[in-house]
Design a protein around this ligand. Sequence first.
Ligand code: ASC
Length: 149
Amino acid sequence: MISRLVPVLLAAASVVAAAPAVAQFAKSEDAISYRQSAMFLQAQHFGRVAAMANGRVPFDAAAAATNADLVATLSKLPWAGFGAGTEGGKAKPEIWKEQAKFKELSDKLQANTEKLAVTAKGGNLDAIKAQVAATGETCKSCHDAYRNR
Ligand code: ASC
């Protein structure tokens, strides 16, 4: 009897495992905290590279590379926190109505931060300035469309 239940339980477990990433959050407030935390960390580490690009702090190639690497990793994180039923925080409801456009912008950010990490490893400040600008534009275009002030 129990043994006949095993395949059923395994199938049920695989459905849970395949559920959207939102399933990892116990409640929608946790998803909101998660995505806001990921955005906060991105802003801190992108801000360190941007400060060098803008001449606000002296250029330190190793610090730029380390921070750019972190941004590339961190930029993968927030999206799991925008699952179905997690509307709220600073997120505009349009995110859940325009999933394809939101995904396109999140992919664009990740492509830009990846490029920033590669560029920062190269150590050329002018190239870093250009890629910081391109990445910042990507942040801004998504915020303009999908973040409440
Ligand atoms: C940051 C930050 C943003 C972006 C954006 C770029 O450092 O916190 O939201 O860069 O200002 O335009």
